[in-house]
Write a protein of this length. Structure first.
Length: 229
């Protein structure tokens, strides 16, 4: 990636499947909330290239947002190897020593025949370098977005795992000539809009309205969101 770029990172819609499962590439997304998808679609830049991981849930989410995504393996979720398709509770209950030791160092540990989060960070770094300058939307996974934040903030992979990245949230980062800038993280635009419905005929409470204005301006003009006291 040469030159300055503005990247809009969207986590895919929630998986339509059992909670707590380590999902594979073919897991579908729950796209029933058409109104929420439309709200998010209106907040994203149009006429830009959209990238997604090869997973069905990211491809389908991108299409539901009105994009024709380009699949890039570099933006895939962390490969959990032999644990893919299994539930975390089941792995813990069977006292799998490898699984138990994994959580001693979740950023550096590798599942059997899988990759570590550190491996994912380096893979995402290669993917970001492949993108052209300008605006782009990436519909990807929570791990992919954490990896991008790890790169942008120049923090350890262990620290990057502390970020909460919700389904259908928007994270915005800029690639500048001299480094990176993080504009917003885990912006839940649909949730903010729903707050308006709780106060029909009146304005939002000041703190809600101000945060929505700050978030919108930050994503539009690419300036940092003011911190709350």
């Amino acid at each position: 990636m040469v030159g300055e770029s503005s990247l809009w990172l969207v986590r895919h819609a929630a998986v339509d499947g059992p909670v707590g499962t380590i999902h594979g590439l073919d897991a579908p997304a729950n796209l029933d909330d058409v109104e929420r998808l439309e709200t998010i679609r209106r907040r994203l830049p149009r006429g830009t290239t959209c990238y997604a991981s090869p997973a069905r849930r990211t491809i389908d989410t991108a299409r539901a947002l009105g994009f024709a995504p380009v699949a890039m393996a570099e933006f895939a979720e962390q490969d959990f190897g032999d644990w893919t398709g299994r539930r975390h509770d089941d792995l813990a209950e069977c006292s799998d020593e490898t699984y138990i030791r994994f959580w001693d160092d979740p950023a550096g540990s590798k599942p059997p025949r899988g990759e570590s989060f550190q491996d994912q960070v380096e893979r995402v770094r290669r993917g970001l370098l492949m993108l052209a300058s300008g605006k782009a939307t990436l519909v990807v996974h929570s791990g992919t977005i954490r990896a991008a934040l790890c790169i942008a903030l120049d923090i350890t992979p262990s620290a990057a795992l502390r970020f909460v990245i919700d389904p259908l949230s928007i994270t915005c980062i800029d690639r500048l000539k001299n480094g990176w800038r993080v504009v917003s993280v885990n912006q839940n635009v649909a949730a903010i809009m729903k707050r308006r419905e709780r106060w029909p005929g009146r304005t939002l409470p000041y703190h809600c309205a101000r945060r929505m204005q700050d978030a919108t301006a930050a994503m539009r003009w690419r300036r940092p969101i003011p911190r709350q006291a």
